[in-house]
Design a protein around this ligand. Structure first.
Ligand SMILES: Cc1cc2nc3c(=O)[nH]c(=O)nc-3n(C[C@H](O)[C@H](O)[C@H](O)COP(=O)(O)OP(=O)(O)OC[C@H]3O[C@@H](n4cnc5c(N)ncnc54)[C@H](O)[C@@H]3O)c2cc1C
Length: 418
């Protein structure tokens, strides 16, 4: 049976693996940690409603993981969401659910196995080499190692290691597989992912009551003016490299506190600043990531074709965050779907395909590849003029379905390739 090896078992790598498996390949995930789903348990909101419908209609691995996340919904907030139907899910269950999907699909996982190097023969990747020298061969490989960390970069561009979910000090830094294969990563801008998880018990009784008493367990509050005036970017800046920050709270002048089941906020502040906010006087963090510390991410994009194949190489594809300047789950996983599908196609002697440009996924992934402004695709709002201009902005499921049907991709990622 044709063999596909996926390096990195984050949600991007898991979607990749599931899709390659659906296409009929024997699939193995190599993961440096002792768990699957990478950064997933740190996050919590499923965005991108239109892309989500397309992913489900195409039926790759993303469809399975989206349905899992939706089944773990804590609440939906249609009144705040763009375009509608964003889902805040229980992050504590995502690893377990993803692992079950992978096991049920018959995908082998090699845990605690960091790929340190690759073996090449011309433009063909022959094997992934683990730190202990173990050689893992396959017909096609997918680099799904994410873009976050390791310690070296968090020290150079951030404020040092915050001992985040990726646990680099235990399992070793991430490795860019495409770069090891001879294709240097693209120079990207950097940003930080601020997302404080605050212990509910450390909030004032009144604040807890407001969050827990709100249907769905969330609450919006005003941000004190003096905090809004702070220049967060320069406060966080450590090096001469330009950094950008994504602070929804600052932009919108409001503070979103969600109970998931800790309090998670879209505004990152150093702890001593939090304590200026009424109700947060004794705030304490359940996750070290936040308040004066953040992971460094979004660099290290692999150079790829629209098919997700790494430029200049025959059998290495890029999936998940590695595939471009986007960061939300749905894009990350759909990039994985295409990488997994095309890795399978290659392994079975077929030419890889791009997503059709007549659906939003095709327009989006090809546009990102051709180089739009970094970070301006986050959230994939229905109001985005680029989507409007192309006629993609709709909440009409029937229209979305029709586009996928007309493109010929209905169920295309869920079918076994002959
Ligand atoms: C704090 C935070 C909050 C976020 N919130 C949201 C949100 O609310 N909604 C949303 O849509 N998105 C959110 N995101 C973004 C989203 O979580 C990520 O884009 C997504 O999880 C990335 O998945 P990935 O699999 O591509 O990469 P990663 O999760 O980084 O996974 C990469 C995997 O590769 C493994 N790996 C790396 N190198 C090697 C190697 N050499 N050998 C073997 N394995 C290796 C790593 O251990 C890891 O498991 C958030 C991100 C962060 C950090």
């Amino acid at each position: 049976m044709a063999q596909v090896v996926v390096i990195g078992g984050g949600v991007g790598g898991c979607a990749t693996a599931l899709t390659a498996r659906k296409a009929g390949c024997q699939v193995e995930i190599i993961e440096r940690m002792d768990s699957l789903s990478g950064l997933g348990p740190w996050t919590g909101q499923l965005l991108g409603w239109i892309l989500r419908q397309e992913a489900k209609l195409m039926d790759g691995g993303t469809s399975d993981i989206i349905q899992l996340m939706e089944s773990l919904a804590i609440h939906t907030k249609p009144e705040f969401d763009v375009p509608k139907g964003n889902v805040t899910f229980d992050v504590t269950r995502i690893e377990e659910g993803t692992r079950k999907l992978i096991e049920e699909a018959g995908i082998k996982v090699r845990y605690r196995s960091r790929v340190a190097d690759v073996e090449m023969a011309g433009n063909q990747m022959v094997a992934a080499l683990l730190e202990d020298g173990t050689q893992i061969k396959a017909d096609a490989f997918v680099d799904a190692t994410g873009r976050t960390g390791g310690v070296e970069w968090c020290e150079k561009l951030g404020q040092g290691c915050v001992q985040c979910m990726l646990k680099c000090t235990i399992f070793g830094d991430r490795v860019s597989i495409a770069a090891k294969a001879g294709v240097p990563d693209r120079e990207e801008n950097w940003n930080y992912f601020p997302m404080p998880f605050i212990a509910m018990e450390s909030l004032s009784g009144e604040m807890r009551g407001r969050i827990e008493g709100t249907p769905g367990g969330y609450s919006y509050h005003s941000i004190p003016g003096e905090l809004l005036e702070r220049d967060f970017t320069s406060e966080w800046r450590r090096s001469d490299r330009p950094v950008t920050t994504r602070i929804k709270g600052k932009q919108e002048g409001k503070l979103e506190v969600v109970h998931v089941p800790f309090a998670k906020c879209t505004l990152n502040l150093p702890l001593q600043w939090w304590r200026h906010i009424t109700g947060f006087e004794n705030a304490w963090l359940v996750q070290p990531l936040s308040a004066d510390g953040e992971t460094v991410g979004t660099g290290f994009c692999a150079q790829r074709e629209d098919t997700m194949r790494v430029k200049g190489l025959a059998n290495l594809f890029a999936g998940g965050l590695r595939s471009g300047r986007f960061s939300a789950f749905v894009e990350v996983m759909m990039a994985g779907d295409l990488a997994g599908h095309n890795a399978a196609r290659h392994a079975l002697g077929m030419e890889p395909l791009p997503y059709p440009s007549s659906i939003m996924a095709g327009f989006f992934f090809n546009e990102v590849n051709s180089g739009c402004t970094p970070n301006d695709w986050i959230g994939l709002g229905l109001e985005d003029p680029r989507f409007k201009a192309k006629g993609f902005s709709t909440t009409d499921y029937g229209k979305i379905r029709e586009r996928v049907v007309t493109s010929g991709w209905l169920g295309a990622l869920g079918r076994k390739l002959s």
